[in-house]
Design a protein. Structure first.
Length: 79
């Protein structure tokens, strides 16, 4: 039920020991969050991803758009 919390914690632990997230880890996390109705959290990770300078890809954008739809936050989809 709450594996998404473990996923977020694991990603944060990776960052804490100097392993930066990449587009694959962020996309996987966002996809998992979106699937368990944590779309707002997924969108927060998208914002962090954009701010970090990672090269965003079409898969990440698709996950973001889907998360926006599920969270009824269409405004964030056009950001």
């Amino acid at each position: 039920g709450r594996r998404w919390e473990q996923s977020v914690e694991l990603l944060r632990e990776m960052q804490a020991v100097g392993v930066p997230p990449n587009i694959i880890t962020i996309t996987a996390l966002m996809s998992g969050l979106e699937k368990v109705q944590q779309a707002s959290r997924a969108l927060d990770w998208m914002s962090a991803c954009k701010n970090s300078g990672l090269q965003l890809d079409i898969v990440l954008y698709n996950v973001s758009i889907s998360a926006c739809e599920k969270a009824q936050e269409w405004e964030r989809a056009i950001d």
